[in-house]
Design a binder for this molecule. Structure first.
Ligand code: UT7
Length: 336
């Protein structure tokens, strides 16, 4: 097993004030019902931002909690990486607005686009920056305000997603006391992408290739479109690859893993991942019922939620696995 270079020193999350239940969606005229959504996805409600609850606002709120948890001040942060598909502005990156909100004056700040794998890829970038000695303390955020880019008239997609932010402080591993063999930190890290699958889950218009226009608005091409069944198939396949590879790279077996924190997209995808990995569902942390799929925010929200429930005591071995639009996927194994 490789010697860890970086560890997760603090976590936090923030969600909008307003929870929207499945019944609320049906009451507001969408042709859907609580039973269908629960049965196909496991989702019961999601949080939806009001205009003052911007990506910067949610990200900064989650970050302050993670910083307090890690005992890190704003001035100690070397880098801020924000995984998101829903920046507040097209230019500049939202990470710089978060930097300003936190007063993290020394930090280099940038956004990372990897859809639902956004936090996981960002954590891998943090580990790399720490390994080169460029950074000691990195604020890694996954955050989304997906409610602004989903088509609220499309029942195939809008019921799935939610807003929120999760933050983690990733720091370089301190020299351990002699004889301490319980090394904490990132033990293995795996990531892949397949751009041939880019239009299975995408926003066709609003970028440079197809700028906003009357036609775009008429055809609602500024909103997320998804081939649900195809995404499902690729998700199951990539989550299986992600779990296998992370275990191989860390020279661990499924029996070694205390807790799996998967991307919270859908209960059925999580169950298929558990079956493939041979890890009982009782060792999977799932909170998709309360938050829906918050894309890049889902894993760091789940981690902060699990820690607040006392489920990640010191020494816990956690496997994280994510997949998302792109297609992107990857995994991390971390000893807390
Ligand atoms: O981070 C990645 C995010 N994406 C995902 O995780 C999505 C992966 N895909 C899935 O989880 C599933 O494909 C869905 C949950 C999106 C859909 O489930 P499905 O079993 O693949 O359903 P389907 O799309 O084949 O649709 C079955 C039926 C259709 O009706 P007809 O044509 O059979 O009459 C849909 O129109 O269900 C209908 N339907 C709905 N009914 C009630 C689709 N959405 C809804 C809805 N409420 N919200």
């Amino acid at each position: 097993m490789k010697r860890p270079i970086a560890y997760i020193a603090g976590t936090g999350y923030a969600v909008p004030r307003r929870a929207v239940t499945n019944d609320d969606l049906a009451k507001n005229g969408l042709d859907t019902n609580d039973a269908w959504i629960r049965d196909r996805t496991g989702i019961g409600q999601r949080y939806v931002s009001d205009p003052d609850e911007t990506l910067t606002h949610l990200s900064a709120a989650a970050s302050r909690i993670a910083m307090a948890d890690a005992g890190v001040s704003a001035g100690e942060i070397d880098v801020i990486v924000l995984g998101t598909a829903t920046p507040d502005h097209l230019l500049p990156a939202t990470a710089v607005e978060v930097q300003a909100a936190l007063g993290a004056g020394r930090a280099m700040a940038f956004d990372l686009g990897a859809a639902c794998s956004g936090w996981l890829y960002s954590a891998q970038v943090a580990e790399g920056l720490i390994a080169t000695g460029m950074a000691k303390t990195v604020l890694v955020i996954g955050a989304e305000v997906l409610s602004t880019i989903v088509d609220w008239t499309d029942r195939n997609t809008c019921v799935l997603f939610g807003d929120g932010a999760g933050a983690t402080i990733i720091r370089s591993v301190k020299t351990l006391p002699k004889g301490d063999t319980r090394e904490r930190g990132i033990l293995s890290s795996y990531g892949r992408s397949d751009g041939n699958l880019y239009d299975l889950l995408w926003r066709p218009a609003g970028g440079v290739a197809e700028p906003f226009s009357d036609k775009v608005y008429e055809e609602r091409r500024q909103y997320v479109r998804m081939e649900g069944r195809e995404v499902f198939k690729h998700a199951v396949r990539s989550m299986a690859d992600a779990t296998d590879r992370a275990l191989d790279m860390a020279k661990l077996t499924p029996a070694d893993i205390d807790l799996v924190i998967p991307h919270q997209a859908n209960m059925r995808i999580i169950e298929a991942t558990a079956k493939h990995a041979g890890i009982d569902m009782s060792r999977f942390f799932v909170n998709v019922e309360r938050f829906g799929n918050t894309s890049a925010a889902s894993i760091p929200i789940a981690l902060a939620d699990a820690r607040s429930q006392g489920l990640v005591p010191e020494g816990t071995l956690v496997l994280f696995a994510a997949f998302g639009a792109g297609f992107t996927w990857g995994s991390l194994i971390v000893r807390f």
